[in-house]
Design a protein around this ligand. Structure first.
Ligand SMILES: [Zn+2]
Length: 296
């Protein structure tokens, strides 16, 4: 049996969860994972009947599908004011809904960097907000995703630090985001293995036993940011940070990053878990990923 299950985020036919799931099990039965993109409902979450949610769960069970969902981008864990005004309420609502639909994990982009707040204070704030949410709900994990834009909180180091401090928070490895944010950094199987090794070293082998991952091709730009501080003003020395930033998702055959490298490393490193395809071709590329993985 494969150690990694593959599946799409929504489908090209429809994003509507129940319809998408039915289409998937009928036509792409090799796919054993499915992510509901609640990102399509940024403000008003849908309400489903009990019957709807039961049918959804029944199909998951019958076909052995691992379900997850992606929270709207409008929830921020780095902005305290916004979080207490509506973010926390909205996230709890997503998590409750996800649970009733049979999802195991809710994936979230933690939010943007806040002006005037030190980098290390962002970690503290995210830890605090994750705890507040997870104190109010059981039996579902919160997945913090590595982000692809330079203005977003969510680098590997930052997320590792949060995961070490809060139970039930898992790191979500988005390979396209890792690639984009670092200006196309994944160039060999060894590069991918180094990322996995880092996770294993700091979070232990357990972290690689049920790893949640995203994959898509990605177009990115290189951003140059001067670091501005009193120090740079006084010394006149401007330090320039070069970073990449995600622009848009591409089909996986664009090899940005190369799916073969990532899948080979995952197989060699014995990673178990889930790989969700977020490319514009969704289920069609998810099948391609599965084929590449199986052929290795
Ligand atoms: Zn995401």
């Amino acid at each position: 049996m494969n150690k990694v299950r593959f599946g799409p985020s929504g489908t090209t036919k429809t994003l509507e969860p129940l319809e998408a799931l039915k289409y998937l099990v009928n036509i792409f039965s090799e796919l054993k994972a499915f992510e509901i993109p609640f990102t399509m409902y940024q403000y008003q979450l849908p309400s489903y009947s009990t019957q709807y949610m039961e049918s959804f769960q029944k199909i998951l069970k019958k076909h052995g599908i691992y379900a997850s969902c992606h929270a709207p981008f409008t929830i921020s864990l780095t902005n305290s004011k916004q979080f207490h005004l509506y973010g926390k309420k909205r996230l709890l609502k997503v998590m409750k809904l996800a649970k009733r639909l049979g999802c195991n994990i809710v994936v979230i982009h933690p939010g943007g960097y806040q002006e005037g707040l030190k980098k290390e204070d962002h970690v503290k704030l995210v830890v605090k907000h994750c705890k507040e949410v997870l104190n109010e709900i059981q039996n579902i994990d919160l997945g913090l995703e590595i982000t692809g834009k330079h203005k977003q909180f969510g680098k590997l180091e930052e997320l590792i630090s949060v995961v070490q401090q809060v139970d039930k928070v898992r790191i979500v490895l988005d390979w396209a985001h890792i690639h984009a944010r670092n200006g196309g950094i994944l160039k060999s199987v060894d590069d991918v293995i180094k990322v996995l090794l880092k996770l294993e070293n700091v979070l232990g082998k357990e972290a690689l036993k049920n790893l949640h991952m995203h994959f898509t091709g990605v177009e990115f730009t290189i951003v140059q940011q001067p670091t501005l501080s009193l120090e740079t003003f006084l010394t006149g020395k401007k330090e320039i940070i070069r970073e990449g930033s995600e622009r848009k998702h591409l089909p996986i055959n664009q090899n940005s990053p190369d799916p073969k490298l990532v899948l080979k490393a995952i197989k060699e490193f014995n990673v178990s878990g889930t790989m969700i395809c977020e490319s514009p071709l969704r289920e069609k590329d998810a099948i391609q990923l599965l084929k590449v993985y199986e052929a290795l």
